[in-house]
Design a protein around this ligand. Structure first.
Ligand code: ATP
Ligand code: MG
Length: 317
C-alpha cells in the first residue's frame, strides 16, 4: 500500500474547496499552496519552492489538517537502543514527532541526548529498534541518508567557514554556477539574492554579504538555519543552539525556531536551558541514563517537574 503522507492528504483535500493543485509530488509542506487570499499559482511555486514553504494555511483548514497530522508521524522511533560495548547509551526509546512540532529534549550530562540525535541523523545505526519516516521504516548508515529524508542537524559548533560571507556559507557545497561549457563561475548574484530572501523569511537581520567571522552568535545560527531551509529540511535538530550566546541573541534564535515551526518544519531542540524549552517547545522529552522518563506537553509540565525528572527526584511523568 502506498504511504499516505501529509502533503498527499492536503492534495486530496484541496479540491473540496475548489482550488486546484497540479501534481502529487514529494511529501512536504511545500506542496500546500492554498493561501489566505485564495490560490497561489502552481508554476511560480515550482520556480520558487521556498515561497511555497511560506504559504499560510487558512484557519478553516486547521481542523482537518490537525486530524491528518494526528494520524501520521513525520518521525517515529520504536524501541531504539544503542550500546557502546558495555555502555547502554540508549535503552528501548520510543518517540514520535509531527510536522511543525517543536520538542525540547532535556537531560543531564550523559543522559543520551546527543546519541539519540546521532541515531536520528544517521551518524551511527541503532543497536536495536526501528526508525520510521512517514510511517515507513528507514535505515540510515550515514548522515547523507538522513539528509535525503529531510533531516538536518545544526551542531553547536555550526560548521561555518568564518572567512566566507553569510551567503557563501548558506550555499556551501551547492553553489549555483553560471557560464557555458567548461567555463562556469559561481553565481554570486543569485546566492546573495536567495540568501537575502531566506534571512527575510526567518525575520533575521543577517546580511548576505557580511563575513561570518564578524557576526554575532545569533546571526551565525541564522546562517546555519538558513542552510537547512535551502535544503528544504522537514526536521531540524539543534544541539544546544543557545548555550554560548547573549540574551538578545537567544531571543533571535528562539524566534528562528518559531519561524521554522510556522512553516511546518519540525524541530528537536536539545537544551539545558529551561526557559528556552518552555518558550518554544510544544512538548518536552526528558531522558535519564539512556531512557525516556517523560514526554509531555510543555503546558502540562513545569520547570520544577522537569528539574525533578532530570535529577531523578521524580521517577517518571
Ligand atoms: N562514541 C561513543 N563511544 C562510547 N561511549 C559513548 C559514545 N558516545 C556516547 N557515549 C556514552 O553514551 C552516554 C550518553 O552520551 P551522550 O553524549 O549521548 O550524552 P548527552 O545527553 O548528550 O550528554 P551532554 O549533555 O553532556 O552532551 C555517555 O555515557 C557517553 O559516555
Ligand atoms: Mg550531548
Amino acid at each position: 500500500m502506498p504511504q499516505l503522507g501529509l502533503a498527499n492528504l492536503e492534495y486530496g483535500l484541496t479540491p473540496q474547496i475548489g482550488l486546484s493543485t497540479t501534481r502529487a509530488g514529494p511529501i512536504g509542506p511545500q506542496m500546500n499552496r492554498v493561501t489566505e487570499g485564495g490560490l497561489l499559482k502552481a508554476p511560480s511555486c515550482y520556480k520558487n519552492k521556498l515561497a511555497c514553504l511560506l504559504v499560510a494555511r487558512p484557519k478553516k483548514w486547521a481542523a482537518p489538517l490537525e486530524r491528518a497530522r494526528q494520524s501520521m508521524s513525520l518521525l517515529e522511533l520504536r524501541g531504539i537502543s544503542k550500546h557502546f560495548g558495555a555502555i547502554h547509551a540508549l535503552t528501548d526509546l520510543t518517540f514520535s514527532l509531527e510536522p511543525g512540532q517543536v520538542v525540547g529534549l532535556m537531560g543531564d550530562n550523559g543522559a543520551g541526548k546527543s546519541t539519540l540525535v546521532k541515531v536520528i541523523a544517521g551518524n551511527f545505526p541503532p543497536s536495536h529498534g526501528k526508525i520510521l519516516i512517514d510511517g515507513k521504516p528507514v535505515h540510515f548508515s550515514k548522515p547523507v541518508d538522513a539528509r535525503a529524508q529531510g533531516i538536518e542537524v545544526v551542531y553547536q559548533e555550526l560548521a561555518l567557514c568564518n572567512n566566507l560571507t553569510a551567503a557563501a556559507n548558506v550555499f556551501l557545497g551547492r553553489e549555483p554556477r553560471i557560464g557555458f561549457g567548461p567555463i562556469r563561475i559561481l553565481d554570486h548574484a543569485t546566492m546573495y539574492r536567495r540568501a537575502g530572501e531566506l534571512f527575510k523569511q526567518l525575520k533575521s537581520e543577517t546580511r548576505p554579504r557580511d563575513l561570518v567571522r564578524q557576526m554575532s552568535g545569533g546571526q551565525r545560527q541564522a546562517v546555519a538555519i538558513a542552510r537547512t531551509r535551502l535544503s528544504e529540511a522537514r526536521l531540524v535538530i539543534m544541539d544546544e543552539p543557545t548555550a554560548s550566546i547573549s540574551v538578545r541573541q537567544v531571543a533571535e534564535v528562539l524566534n528562528l525556531i518559531k519561524r521554522l515551526s510556522e512553516h511546518g518544519i519540525a524541530v528537536i531542540l536539545v537544551s539545558h536551558r529551561m526557559p528556552d524549552v518552555f518558550d518554544v517547545a510544544h512538548r518536552v522529552v526528558v531522558m535519564r541514563r539512556g531512557r525516556k522518563v517523560a514526554d509531555k506537553k510543555t503546558e502540562a509540565s513545569s520547570a520544577e517537574e522537569v528539574t525533578g525528572l532530570i535529577t531523578g527526584a521524580i521517577a517518571t511523568a
